[in-house]
Design a protein around this ligand. Structure first.
Ligand code: FEO
Length: 396
């Protein structure tokens, strides 16, 4: 794709990646991902971040389209050192030997330890400004959104925030680059998946960044992934505020692990009972089938969560074990959680589910249920009570 104008002298020079299967070699990319980079074509030509390493040819072509073959780049702003954005720093230094690499103290340390780069670095501190001519970039550190060196750059003349990972989403930019050119529901979902999978553990850090940036007049948000927010920036600010406070909507995710379908029957009964109490947003997932990336995203969206697991080798069914380990790692909290285990002879899954609930800052609905073999009438009645109690708590 050609370079796209974000404003008179600011260009998007991003690339789409439809080849990569797993982001961070972990999270599926069925809809691909875009790596966004930007050029400010001013007296000082400035590039904001780079893209992933494998995208060199396309990226360089887009840059040269704007600056031509005889001009250089004065500054590369390194907002974030994760390889999806820092992947072409070395290539840029080779192509533009006089380029100044702008980062904070931690960025500069990382550039040395990742790439052995020590020359032509330019350290900025909190609130420092670089004057580019008509444009002025002011820097704010945003540690742990998503790495310790993460920072954002606010362009004061046009009131644009180059926000790095914050407000980014999975999904390639298939023609549409701006929020008013794309299907917003799709990108809201993929933004929540990016947030919950990648940044979710650091909700406190996101809230601290909000406090720091709250007085800025932001007309456009230019993130490092996904669409540029020029028409609805307030929408993404609101979503990020909600997600980083772990505030869920009215709705329930029911996720189960089953070998032969008996645990699934229980999940279905609970789902039905919740719906009969008037909750429309109920999502039931089989942990063996749906990748945890998508389940975690929906868990972030809704306030209610029910987890059921059959017993396998006297402990949790492995896909459920993997999911709850990720949830613990992400610091999931502020949910209303119901749990049930099933077993054939010795039991074991419920003990682990109880340990999980005790380890997170969430409210337990009703009581843990342990069910032998297939659910009988009395077990189903208990499941209905669990569903009713969870709905009552959701509505308090
Ligand atoms: Fe898109 Fe933390 O990198």
């Amino acid at each position: 794709m050609e370079a796209v104008k974000v404003s008179e002298n600011v260009y998007w020079v991003g690339v789409n990646d439809r080849k990569l299967e797993l982001f961070e070699n972990l999270w599926p990319l069925p809809y691909g991902v875009a790596y966004n980079s930007y050029i400010i074509d001013d007296e000082k030509v400035t590039l904001i971040d780079t893209v992933e390493e494998g995208q060199l040819n396309q990226y360089m072509k887009e840059i040269k389209e704007i600056i031509g073959d005889n001009r250089g780049i004065d500054y590369l702003i390194v907002n974030h050192m994760e390889p999806d954005h820092s992947g072409l720093i070395e290539a840029l230094v080779k192509e533009f030997p006089n380029i100044k690499l702008v980062g904070n103290k931690k960025t500069i340390e990382m550039m040395e330890s990742f790439f052995g780069i020590t020359n032509n670095t330019y350290e900025v501190k909190e609130g420092d400004v670089i004057d580019l001519g008509k444009h002025r970039l002011k820097f704010y550190t945003t540690p742990m959104v998503h790495w310790p060196e993460s920072m954002v750059a606010y362009e004061e003349t046009e009131k644009m925030l180059f926000s790095s990972d914050a407000f980014g989403s999975f999904g390639t930019l298939d023609g549409g680059i701006f929020d008013d050119e794309v299907e917003l529901d799709f990108f809201e979902g993929e933004m929540r998946r990016y947030y919950s999978n990648i940044v979710g553990k650091y909700g406190g850090a996101v809230q601290r960044a909000f406090t720091k940036l709250k007085d800025l007049d932001i007309k456009r948000i230019c993130p490092s992934h996904g669409p540029i927010w020029r028409s609805y920036p307030e929408k993404v600010l609101e979503l990020y505020d909600k997600w980083s406070k772990y505030e869920g909507e009215e709705g329930v995710v029911i996720v189960y692990g089953t070998m032969y379908g008996n645990t699934a029957k229980i999940a279905e009964s609970i789902g039905r009972a919740i719906t009969q109490k008037g909750i429309k947003n109920v999502k039931i997932y089989d942990a063996s089938k749906t990748h945890s990336s998508f389940i975690i995203s929906d868990i972030w969206k809704y306030k209610g969560l029910i987890i059921g697991s059959s017993t396998y080798d006297a402990t949790l069914f492995p896909p459920v074990e993997s999911l709850i380990s990720k949830l613990q790692n992400k610091g999931i909290k502020n949910k209303i959680v119901g749990i049930f285990g099933t077993y054939g002879w010795s039991g074991g899954s419920l003990k682990k589910l109880k340990e999980f609930v005790n380890s997170i800052d969430c409210q337990l609905a009703y009581k843990p249920l342990d069910i032998k073999h297939s659910p009988n009438e009395s077990a189903i009645n208990e499941c209905i009570k669990l569903a009713e109690d969870l709905v009552n708590r959701l509505r308090k």
